[in-house]
Design a protein around this ligand. Structure first.
Ligand code: PEP
Length: 281
């Protein structure tokens, strides 16, 4: 895959534009406001948008007080989803974006197009993009910078493969991915990090709470270098990989876990709301 922007350019680039705020309960200034994000992947036709209405209905004032919700449908549905959810407090995001604003890149979508359609977030560096599209850290960094340029918050995904975990390389891999794929100009308002162990995605397997805590602590530490001490604690770090209503409470209670990136379970309103509902108790 082509390298669109040099690593140096990418890590300096990216204006800080308006994006959803991560700040949470003023009584707990060091804990960001939780974010539960759904990634529909390549699933969803127009009729699937009724799920959004069901999620909106279940986004009660009680839940609204506790957590932000975000849904990332396929690109064909972003515009309509944003219309359906207007005024609901539920955000809409894209699943990927190109590093350039426009040009001869058949089949790609620019961050500006997502923003124009009503998105406020873009997932970048999902392991399925890394695996099936050969995306490397430098390109992901350029995509995150493009999201910032367009005024979107970038959800930068990192995570080790099963082989890397078995080889004891998890922390080194996550550190390398973070250093390579998060633009230096990132701020708490436009950055979310998602830790998604590749072996946990869509498999029903999850790391132990202790394993999640260890990786999230490393990410928090790395964030200090990126956004500085004043903002480090308020960047949201999501856990993703086989989150279900049955395990959400345990995973979301882990230190430095500020929400979830949910794949399969975001396709059904009851499951997605069941996960977000972990914040109600
Ligand atoms: C994902 O793909 O981001 C994901 C977390 O998938 P799942 O929840 O289905 O494991």
């Amino acid at each position: 895959m082509r390298s669109l922007v040099s690593r140096g350019d990418c890590r300096r680039g990216g204006a800080l534009l308006s994006a959803p705020g991560p700040l949470g309960d003023p009584a707990m200034p060091n804990r960001p406001r939780p974010l539960v994000a759904g990634n529909w992947k390549m699933n969803g036709l127009r009729r699937s948008l009724r799920v959004l209405g069901e999620i909106e209905q279940g986004y009660t004032p009680g839940l609204k007080a506790k957590a932000d919700l975000l849904l990332c449908p396929p690109a064909t549905l972003v515009l309509t989803a944003a219309h359906v959810l207007v005024g609901s407090g539920i955000a809409v995001g894209g699943q990927d974006c190109h590093a350039k604003e426009a040009g001869a890149f058949t089949g790609d979508i620019a961050a500006e197009m997502l923003a124009d359609a009503g998105a406020t977030f873009a997932i970048v560096g999902h392991s399925e993009r890394r695996q099936y599209h050969g995306e490397k850290d430098a390109e992901i960094c350029a995509k995150a910078a493009a999201a910032h340029r367009a005024g979107l918050a970038a959800i930068v995904c990192v995570g080790e493969t099963q082989g890397e975990r078995e080889a004891g390389k998890t922390l080194a891999v996550v550190r390398r991915q973070l250093r390579g794929s998060v633009p230096e100009a990132s701020r708490r308002a436009n950055l979310v990090v998602a830790y998604e162990p590749v072996w946990a995605i869509g498999t029903g397997l999850t790391p132990t709470a202790a394993d999640v805590a260890e990786v999230h602590a490393l990410i928090r530490d790395e964030l200090r270098r990126i956004v500085g001490k004043a903002e480090e604690a308020s960047v949201r770090i999501l856990y993703g990989g086989s989150v279900k209503p049955a395990n959400a409470k345990e995973l979301l209670a882990v230190e430095n876990v500020d929400g979830a990136l949910v794949g399969g379970a975001s396709l059904l309103a009851a499951d997605f709301l069941g996960i977000a509902g972990a914040y109600l108790a």
